[in-house]
Ligand binder design. Structure first.
Ligand code: G6P
Ligand code: MN
Length: 437
C-alpha cells in the first residue's frame, strides 16, 4: 500500500488526479492521501470537495488528510505529486500581462512570462525536493510544476540524485484530442517524439491495431482544418486558438506534427495580436475553474449542491499511471523531461529534452532516437535550451547579466532593449519571490 501527498493540494487540478487515483486502486493500492498547500483556505476547500467525492464514489478505506505543515505532509510517504504554482494565479496574471504591455508574448510557460514564473518556481520546487529528502528520502517525486525544463535543470544541478520524474500532460492531451477528432484509439498508439518541454515534434505515430504509421494521414487532415474538440474539457472552448495555430504551423512546416506550444516561438506576432492585454488566460482560469471550485466547496459545506460532475481528461490519469508503472515496475511508456545524454545524438548531452521513456521501479529509462535531428529543429531547440540554461545560471549565481542574456535569447523577444525593459519590470513585481539579481 502506498501513501501519496499532493503538493499544491488546493489547486483546481486536484479532483482530476484524485479521481484517477480512485479508479486505479487495483494497480496503485493507496492507503493515505494527503493534501499539502501553503494556502490553508484553498487546501480546505479541496479537502471538502475530495471528501464529498469519496462519499459519492463510495471510496472507503483511504485516509484523507490535509496540512500546511511540511513534516506532516512529507513524512512516511511513497509518492509526492507536485503541482505547486508559486505566486499562484495572481502572479501568473502579471507574467502574462507585463510582457504583453511591451508587445511580447504573455504566456505562463513560454516566452519571458515563463522565465518570470521559472525564477519563482525553481525556489518552490527545490524546497519540496528538500522536504522529501529530509522526511522521506525513498519517495518518488512526480512533478507537474511548470516551467518543467527549467525546474528539471535546476533540480538536477542542486540535487543530482533526487528521485524525481518531470512530466507534462500536453503530448498525451494532443494525442487524445487528435484521436477523438478523427476516430482513433489513442491507447493503440506508440508515438515517437522529441523536443524540449512545450517545444517539440512527433516524427511518427504507429497505430498497433491498424498496423501502420497514422501520422501522415493525421497531418493531411489537420492541415486542411483545425480540430474542433478538446480532449480535456469538451466544454472549454479556450483551446481552439491553439488548434488553429497548429494548423497554420502545419501548413508552413508539414513534415512533422508539432506540439501546439510552438506557436509562441514561431508566430509570436500573431499570438500577441490575438491576445487581450487586459484579460489573459489567468483571468479565464480565475473566473472559470477557480470560481467554480470555490463555489462547489461552499455548496458542499452548506449542503446545497447537485451531483458533482467529473470530467477531467488525461491530466490526472497520466501522473497516476506513472506512479503505478514505478510501483509495479511495469515499464510503461511516457513522455518525460530528462537530460539528453545522447538520446538525441546531435544535441548537447546536458540539454533537457522531452522524449519517450519507459518507467519502472528504478525510474525513467529514456529511449534513444538513434538518428540525428534536422537543423531547423536543432537550431530552435539549442537557442531555447541555452536561454533556459542562462536563466538557471542567473538563479543560482544571482546574475542580472545572465538573466538579461536569457531574456534576450528567448525566441519570442526581438530586441535586447525590450528584454531589459520587461526584465526590469518583472524584477520589481517579483521582489518577494525571485532571488536578488
Ligand atoms: C497543459 C500544459 C500544462 C499547463 C496547462 C495550462 O496541461 O501541459 O503545463 O499548465 O496546460 O492550463 P490552464 O488551463 O491553466 O491554462
Ligand atoms: Mn505542460
Amino acid at each position: 500500500q502506498v501513501n501519496i501527498t499532493i503538493a499544491g493540494g488546493g489547486a483546481t487540478h486536484t479532483p482530476g488526479i484524485v479521481q484517477a487515483l480512485f479508479e486505479s486502486r487495483d494497480k496503485l493500492p493507496i492507503h493515505e492521501l494527503r493534501l499539502y498547500d501553503i494556502d490553508q483556505q484553498k487546501n480546505d476547500d479541496m479537502f471538502v470537495i475530495i471528501q464529498e467525492m469519496m462519499k459519492q464514489l463510495k471510496v472507503k478505506d483511504i485516509t484523507l488528510s490535509q496540512t500546511t505543515n511540511p513534516k506532516a505532509a512529507f513524512s512516511n510517504v511513497d509518492f509526492v505529486f507536485s503541482q505547486i504554482r508559486v505566486g499562484d494565479l495572481e502572479m501568473r496574471e502579471k507574467d502574462e500581462k507585463i510582457p504583453l504591455k511591451y508587445g511580447l508574448v504573455g504566456q505562463e510557460t513560454c516566452g519571458v512570462g515563463g522565465f518570470s514564473y521559472g525564477l519563482r518556481s525553481i525556489k518552490g520546487l527545490l524546497e519540496i525536493v528538500k522536504f522529501v529528502q529530509d522526511y522521506s528520502p525513498d519517495a518518488w517525486i512526480l512533478n507537474y510544476t511548470n516551467p518543467e525544463s527549467l525546474i528539471a535543470e535546476a533540480v538536477r544541478r542542486k540535487y543530482p540524485n533526487a528521485k524525481i520524474l518531470n512530466a507534462c500532460d500536453m503530448t498525451i492531451s494532443i494525442e487524445e484530442t487528435i484521436a477523438r477528432n478523427y476516430g482513433y484509439e489513442r491507447k493503440n498508439w506508440v508515438a515517437q517524439y522529441y523536443g524540449l518541454n512545450h517545444f517539440g515534434w512527433y516524427t511518427s505515430i504507429f497505430d498497433k491495431s491498424l498496423g501502420r504509421d497514422v501520422m501522415p494521414e493525421i497531418i493531411q487532415k489537420l492541415k486542411k482544418e483545425p480540430m474542433k474538440v478538446a480532449s480535456f474539457n469538451a466544454k472549454d472552448p479556450s483551446w481552439q486558438d491553439a488548434w488553429n495555430m497548429l494548423t497554420k504551423n502545419l501548413q508552413l512546416f508539414p513534415d512533422y506534427l508539432p506540439n501546439n506550444y510552438l506557436e509562441y516561438y514561431l508566430f509570436p506576432d500573431i499570438v500577441v495580436n490575438n491576445s487581450n492585454p487586459n484579460y489573459t488566460r489567468a483571468n479565464q482560469v480565475m473566473d472559470g475553474r477557480l470560481k467554480e471550485t470555490k463555489e462547489l466547496a461552499a455548496q458542499i459545506r452548506s449542503n446545497h449542491f447537485d451531483d458533482i460532475h467529473f470530467d477531467f481528461g488525461e491530466h490526472g490519469n497520466y501522473i497516476v499511471d506513472m506512479a503505478a508503472s514505478i510501483f509495479n515496475d511495469s515499464h510503461e511508456r511516457f513522455m518525460l523531461i530528462v537530460p539528453n545524454v545522447g538520446a538525441i545524438p546531435n544535441l548537447r548531452a546536458d540539454s533537457v529534452v522531452e522524449i519517450p521513456a519507459y518507467v519502472g521501479c528504478t525510474g525513467a529509462e529514456p529511449i534513444s532516437m538513434r538518428h540525428p535531428i534536422n537543423n531547423f529543429h536543432k537550431g530552435l531547440m539549442e537557442a531555447q535550451d541555452a536561454a533556459e540554461k542562462l536563466l538557471v545560471d542567473a538563479y543560482f549565481e544571482h546574475s542580472y547579466q545572465k538573466a538579461l542574456q536569457a531574456f534576450t535569447l528567448n525566441q519570442t523577444v526581438p530586441s535586447a532593449d525590450k528584454a531589459k525593459k520587461v526584465l526590469d519590470e518583472l524584477i520589481v513585481v517579483n521582489k518577494d519571490y525571485w532571488p536578488e539579481l
